[in-house]
Unconditional design. Sequence first.
Length: 432
Amino acid sequence: MTLGESEAELAPAGRRRRVRSAARSVALDVSPLREHPAYRRLWWGEAVSFIGSQMTSVALALQVYDITRSSFAVGLLGLFALVPLVGLGLYGGAVADAVDRRRLLLRTQLGLAGSSVLLAAHAAAGLDQVWVLYLLMASVSGFFALNTPARRAVTPRLLPVDKLPAAGALSQVLWSFGMVVGPLLAGVLVGAAGYTWVYAIDAASFAFAISAVAALPPMPPEGGGTRAGLASVVEGLRFLRTRQVLLMTFLVDLNAMVFGMPRALFPALAATRFGGGSSVTGLLFAAPAIGALVGALCGGWFGRIRRQGLAVLVSVAAWGVAIALFGLTTTLWLALVLLAVAGAADMVSAVFRTTILQAATPDAMQGRLNGVFIVVVAGGPRLGDLEAGAAASLVSLEFSVVSGGVACIAGVALLAALMPRFARYDANEPSP
């Protein structure tokens, strides 16, 4: 064999090694699941229950629209969810900084399961009372607001700091997969079997989450905790007010969700613009999650980003652009692609906002700041539902979606100008 022939044979092997190296650099980092059993159990339990929760979310929107044929009535689901989210989200964060977080998780998951049982009973009885659906939506929202700050506060206790970006990406995979599978299953099951089965499956799914939490060790807050109450909530808000970087993680997301979240319009858009029913509605709900899921599976690069604040700003602006373009299209496949792009951009923002919050917040404040997080992350889209439904009723569906995307872009530009420190945030020196 000549030297030239040897080099020719080695060249393909070298290319294959480079391809494998490049693939590993972008592939999802699953080391938190592989190396930390307690985190793994919690992740899998949440994954199953979240699919059921997303089924219920879509089924509620479809059921209200079936009864009323009104996008505004669907948007009102957001209002009934928002009130307990704001009140109990902040208080739930204070409770999570005062009690054993494991015990709090168990009790609130039982409450969520019970709410789904009542939704199934209401559907099985054929009552079709919108006010009952609104009240049960408020119940789900309240237990969710109490549950989530504690669940998020547990993660930094189970993982080292350098694994938090990978955990953020894994959470996005979990949520994105649930938001893909849940809406698709809901669309199919509502048409094939009715609302009762959707709500019953959601109730059963909580068994996995409850068993995963039961296997965790006790999780009291470090330092003995702070007594829950108004004073504790105010202390957390004062802490946040003086931490510009942490404050911005909430403001940029609130801007995106209030102005650029058109999901309350999906049933009407599916019926009037895209010529479909519950199955097309399910596709619209699932498309952002598909984009987020694909992006998260290629998120091995997240841990190498130092300018995490700048990454948040860019991704939120990209979300606004994609939503505005979605509002202009009348082609279903293009609409789904644009929603997927928006979902991928939102996923990147969520990973880095979560990482900044968990890395720059002391354990004694984790519950309260995660309480603010859940008010913003879950409450923002509910306000967005109300805003989108109202704008569509007053003007048009197209105006509501397009103007929301444009307002999102303008809002993130204004916030970046008002708080330039956020764009300079360095992950290697996590200062709030």
